[in-house]
Write a protein that binds this ligand. Structure first.
Ligand code: SAM
Length: 237
């Protein structure tokens, strides 16, 4: 067994905890039904991923494989899946209300190219074989403003080792954030990481969304509050 894989007996993996909410009141009966009846049809099976690789999660071999960490309400993931039916997408989100929203989209548009992990993305990172992904999206990660909470941030040395491992060479790690301190945190981690190259050549490259950008719910909220975003692309080298 590859020792990078998720191992329930590994003390480090066992003590992991997802910080933040995983459920709030106010889900409709329809959303509960989707979680209990429809989720099993599109749910990512960790054992399949570990044993057979990413292609085994989808019907037929896909042109590329992308993953989104913390998809929130799933707006970005569902739109990308509609635009790119030949790309297999993994979505990870522990917040069940958000998962239910994504399921509504998957069902409405009969999307066949999304595999849903309704839990911690780190479990999927651990289970993915080396060089599986063409792109990884981390859009508006929880900022964890207080310095004593910074260690909860998704950008961390430990997670970057796994992200570098699961991305293919020349694969893209894309991070968007509206929090200047998180942007600096991201840059300081990735610019000191020999596995990644920041692709920005001029300020426009990171201050403007890329062409065809699909906005997220959180980004819309940040805009309404007058906060601009940074769009950071890193290439796996
Ligand atoms: C600020 S929200 C942004 C949601 C969405 N990306 C957007 O832009 O609207 C951050 C999301 O990351 C999720 N999250 C936090 N830790 C996570 C983890 N370890 N794995 C997967 N998702 C996580 C949270 O549940 C939350 O929904």
């Amino acid at each position: 067994m590859n020792e990078d894989f998720y191992d329930p007996n590994n003390a480090l993996h066992k003590k992991r905890k997802v910080h933040g909410r995983t459920f709030v009141k106010g889900m409709s009966q329809r959303q509960f039904d989707l979680l209990s009846d429809f989720l099993p049809e599109v749910k990512l099976d960790i054992e399949t991923l570990k044993d057979s690789g990413i292609a085994a999660l989808f019907d037929g071999v896909k042109k590329q494989y992308w993953m989104e960490v913390g998809f929130g309400g799933g707006e970005h993931l569902a739109r990308q899946a509609r635009k790119n039916p030949d790309i297999g997408m993994i979505g990870c989100e522990p917040f069940q209300n958000g998962v239910a929203k994504l399921l509504t989209e998957i069902e409405a548009y009969k999307l066949k190219n999304i595999s849903v992990h309704n839990d911690d993305a780190r479990t999927v990172l651990d289970a993915l074989p080396n060089a599986s992904l063409d792109k990884l999206f981390l859009l508006y990660p929880d900022p964890w403003h207080k310095s004593k909470h910074n260690k909860r941030r998704f950008i961390s040395k430990e997670n970057l080792v796994q992200i570098a491992r699961v991305l293919k060479k020349d694969g893209i790690f894309f991070v968007a954030s509206d929090i200047p301190d998180y942007v600096n945190w991201t840059l300081s981690h990735l610019q000191n990481d020999e596995n990644f190259e920041w692709l920005a050549e001029r300020s426009q490259d990171w201050l403007m969304p890329p062409e065809g950008w699909v906005s997220t719910r959180y980004e819309a909220k940040a805009k309404r509050a007058g906060r601009n975003s940074a769009y950071l692309f890193f290439k796996k080298i």
